[in-house]
Design a protein around this ligand. Sequence first.
Ligand code: ARG
Length: 566
Amino acid sequence: MVINRWNSAIQNALKKTRGLNDVVVTWSRPSDAAHGDIATPVALQIAKQVGAKPVEIAQELLTSLQGQPGVEKVEIAGPGYINVWLSPEGHLERLQSSIVASEAIAERKEAPVIVEYSQPNIAKPLGVHHLIGTVVGQATANLYQHAGYKVIRWNYIGDWGTQFGKLAVAYEKWGGKKSVKDHTIDELLALYVRFHDEVEKDASLEEQGREAFRALESGDKTLRTFWADVVAVTKASLADVYSRLHVRFDLDLGESFYEDKMAPVLAEGKKKAVFTEGEGGALIVQFPEDKNMPPYLVLKGDGATLYSTRDLAQMRYRIDTYNPQEILIFTDIAQKLHFEQLVETCVMLGWELPRFQNVLFGRMRFADSSMSTRKGNILSLEQVLQEGVARAAKVIADRGEAIQTDDADALAEMMGVGALVYGILSQNRKQEIVFDWEKMLSFEGNSAPYLQYTHARACSVLRKAEMETVALPKKAEALSAHERDVVNTLVGFADALQQARKEHMPHILANYLYALCQSYNAFYNADPILTAQGTTRDLRLALTSLTAKVLRCGAELLTLRMPDRM
Ligand code: ARG
């Protein structure tokens, strides 16, 4: 590639004149187009080492770059930056990288990466707050897969624990004659909520719930059947929502799966004296003082296992079964301490862990206060999806002739669901995530409809040119400022993908796609495409085709769907 050849030229020059070997040369795009297409601070970076003025070194390197294929002009700027303008041929060659980046790399034969996300608790519908972990996790898993990793997408469902005991008690008391299987997920939730209301009046219910869970754990047949039915009802309702979100899993082995895998871990911990007796016969882990962590409860005094017990068994199982190179677990910030304790416990047990990260995300805040104060404990994700699609349908209807579609319902689904998902994914997961209908469904600004509209616009240009995809031309004239901007943005795709994946920050990709749309729309408004002539028209159509391709690829990695017409 062009840049690699320049790097060799720079390295050779530095070797000859300064006696330096294998200097790493980095390039980035100047924020101001007046500073060229690409710039390197290499002269500044090595100045100290060679004891020369950066400008002096830059001057030598400038000479070595001039006349290189792909270089149109080189300038030294500021204290010693080297700014380069590419020739039309240089641009065309460099654009190849964005074509390459938009194709998924074939899966490499190496250890898998386990990505765990969503993880709802059974017997409750998915709440809108689940949207963050679900889509950030899915997008990250997609990015890994696109980069050639073998990915195991894991939904570690919360299908075990005291809440089942409580639900069983509630069902027996207020469930009526209807079988569990005939309950909807919302009815199950209502029972659970009722339990919590009634506990206020009758505290003995709490003990009954605990007792029922103990009986379930010791294998009570009726309770087992009850449990299996509740799990089935919940999973069916989850499947609907996941499919609308384009979220999928390879495994949904939840907490219950580890029922028989906890005893060996408990035995190991006791034998290694990592688990010690705490109050009332409980088992705990005490961490070294410098770790500054409270003790970790791994078995209750009455012998009941806990969330922590199952997570220990889960770690052991994943390592033994999959030998993964990396495990990522997406959770909200509230679980930070739990995972720090979990990892430290594994270390104390002498387990060899793969790379591990508890990828944290912030809480959700509603711009519209009526949403956070709605009745009921959970704002169900299904309802929110429904509302998103209804709002999108209204936007489509209001725009009238300005929107062209053969299937308004399908478009509303794409737009409504996309708006919600993109509204989340375009924000930095580490911060508070703001839920704002207006912003999510706006046609201006960083929103799904804006991306979708831009994609449809590019497709429409190609349709009018009667072309589907356009290959890069072999030759080009000098580029206009807008063409240059689109090219320089397109070539940033590979970096955006890589950075978003490495940092588990899909919003980096979202922001990139937004910037690409802005560049493309500015170009579309300034430079005629279909009425242009010769190689200019070829290049403009090729940029249109490549923009559509990159947008579709990037958006799909973020689980969005892009319409061809809108
Ligand atoms: N089900 C849990 C919850 O809703 C999250 C599970 C996180 N994953 C884990 N391996 N503990 O709080």
